[in-house]
Design a binder for this molecule. Structure first.
Ligand SMILES: Nc1nc2c(c(=O)[nH]1)N[C@H]1C(S)=C(S)[C@@H](COP(=O)(O)O)O[C@H]1N2
Ligand SMILES: [Mo]
Length: 380
């Protein structure tokens, strides 16, 4: 590649490391990682904010479904960081193309690349900081991350369409039109790709333990170890932060609103049939961990309030303010025998930070919807 700026000597990039083949090989991996992030992110968005027609159709199985998609989202997003850096490095000489704008078409093309790069950096950067629960910006993370995801998707699709002839030509080593390639795919490119693979492998292995408990010991860089926290489970929002105190729970009762409303003390709740389920909490901030929960089936509580078999419910926490104070669950979650108002975790009474006296645990749902410090259920 050779560029001749108006002043000074021409810049020549001789290595194959900045050519279209390198950009294609790294770009297709990056594109794949971003597509997985987009699909799993949109999935997560609709689980959290379903339109009315969808709410009762969302499936409560497989129980590990959301843990898988959320794990993929975080793993692919993390792996995309070294891939994006490598891709930018491979194509950066094009920044110096001269003249900077050759035509209207060329200007639009460069503008679309600028949007692509900016949106890509924004998504990976905000997503990474979200796993650290660190929000050093004035906007709110979820809507911004979601909106820019669509911009990024559009920019990726446009980029692939514009670059399609080049991508096709360089997609495989033996593509037509790249006659000299077996030799051109020399040791320098192999070394670069090996270094990129090593970088991706390293960041993945040192963070994947936050989603895959068995790989926890390798967790050097993950913001939290899934085992850290009271009763072997991380805590995102402490009772302190939610201003729920033991004193305020002294005469706690669970209220159930419906055609036949009633309320129960903690002792009455413990006297109802208890069930045990093993379900994960899969947090949107990046960690997942399974636990054994014991408590009363939500569908039994709703039925006792006169709810029919098609009822969903609204859950209200004792927490006074907070984005996750009120949660709704569609029919399939509410009626699933695995969905509990849990009183115990791994055999122990829930600690205050885990939602004492009672919390929701349901299969195939984002952690933000596993409401703690439940005070009220309403039949819907
Ligand atoms: N009332 C209430 N429940 C809540 C939250 C909250 O802020 N308020 N945070 C949720 C989030 S983000 C997650 S991941 C899980 C974490 O559960 P744990 O802190 O018990 O591990 O609880 C959820 N339940
Ligand atoms: Mo969470």
């Amino acid at each position: 590649m050779r560029f001749t700026p108006p002043h000074g000597p021409p810049i020549t990039f001789r290595a194959r490391l900045h050519d279209a083949r390198t950009a294609t090989v790294i770009g297709r991996l990056l594109g794949l990682a971003l597509l997985v992030c987009f699909a799993t992110g949109v999935f997560s968005h609709y689980l959290q904010h379903p339109p009315p027609w969808l709410a009762d159709r969302l499936p409560s199985r497989p129980s590990w479904g959301y843990r898988l998609t959320q794990g993929l989202h975080v793993v692919c997003g993390t792996a995309a960081i070294p891939l994006l850096l490598a891709k930018l490095w491979a194509v950066y000489p094009r920044l110096f193309a001269w003249p900077p704008v050759r035509s209207v078409r060329h200007a639009l093309e460069r503008l679309s690349v600028a949007v692509l790069v900016a949106a890509g950096i924004f998504e990976l950067f905000t997503g990474l900081l979200n796993t650290f629960q660190w929000y050093p910006w004035p906007f709110s993370f979820v809507p911004a991350h979601y909106a820019v995801a669509w911009i990024l998707l559009g920019a990726v699709l446009l980029h692939v369409a514009v670059q399609w002839p080049t991508i096709r030509e360089h997609f495989t080593r033996r593509s037509p039109g790249t006659a000299a390639l077996p030799e051109a795919d020399g040791p320098d490119r192999r070394q670069l790709l090996a270094a990129v693979a090593a970088g991706v492998g390293a960041v993945t292995l040192t963070t994947v333990g936050q989603s895959v408990t068995a790989l926890g010991p390798l967790d050097l860089f993950a913001p939290r170890s899934p085992a850290h926290g009271p009763q072997g489970l991380p805590v995102n929002r402490t009772a302190d932060a939610a201003r729920v105190t033991a004193a305020s729970l002294a005469d706690w009762r669970l209220t159930v609103a419906g055609p036949r409303p009633y309320s129960l003390t903690a002792a009455e709740l413990r006297a109802l049939p208890q069930y045990e389920v093993t379900l994960p909490i899969a947090c949107v901030e990046g960690w997942s961990k399974s636990a054994r929960w014991t408590g009363v089936r939500v569908r039994d509580l709703l039925e006792r309030a006169g709810a029919g078999p098609g009822a969903g419910c609204r859950v209200v926490s004792l927490e006074a303010v907070g984005a996750y104070r009120v949660m709704e669950m569609g029919r399939r979650y509410a009626q699933d025998p695995l969905t509990l108002l849990a009183l115990r975790i791994d055999g122990e009474v829930l600690s205050l930070d885990h939602g004492y006296p009672a919390r929701i645990i349901a299969p195939n749902r984002p952690g933000v919807l596993q409401t703690k410090w439940v005070g009220r259920l309403e039949v819907m």
